[in-house]
Design a binder for this molecule. Sequence first.
Ligand code: GLN
Length: 246
Amino acid sequence: MGEEIKMELNIFHMYPNLLNLYGDGGNVLCLQRRCEWRGINTNIIDFTLNQEQDLSEGDLFFIGGGSDRSQNIVYPHILKYKNQMENLIEDDAVVLAICGGYQFLGESYIDADGNQLPGLGLFDYYTQSEEGRLIGNIITENQLKLKPQTLVGFENHGGRTYHDFKPLGVVKKGYGNNGKDGKEGMVYKNCIGTYLHGPLLPKNPHLADYLILKALTRKYGVKDLAALDDKLEYSAHEKVMKLYSK
Ligand code: GLN
């Protein structure tokens, strides 16, 4: 009998100091804990402006949201990694990009001062900042066929994004990509962009496990994950749902 392999995921946390609005970084901790609870090792690699790093060993990439100021700093730096990111996404690597991170997977972001920041251009959408920020708790119905069907979160963005990709969710309460077309986020292969900030994964453990499983399937051919006790997580989920039922 061969020794059982210890599974391990390399999680790249992109620009943790600059892209970490509303505690977005907690999503990385959530992924780490949910792996540890199942005996899966994680290496968290902070990717920063000061380092040149090879991304090819990454299994899962997390990109948080940021202010227009942070976006102006980060965008020129990440452009060097466009080809690597493109290859990784085509090769089914898992990416979760929030708000400013989501915007920058597209062609460009036109900020509140009218500066046009070129994005990675991996997807053919762009984002334009408009007057009146879209702020508040949000409820969507996920398009990944996950149970429960709802995804809950908090959004705060001036940017409006329009595209024809599959959305991550259909907006039930709140604004989503632009406050108009009822779409929230985007999905392409295992790359997810979303405006849902902060403790997205702690409040939506089904989405956290979806990402972990996709990464483990790609690396080890794993077909399912051991269940965890998510009573606390789902009570946080329900709390957001209740805010809208009053
Ligand atoms: N600065 C961008 C906007 O306002 C992104 C903000 C964010 O990541 N919350 O649209």
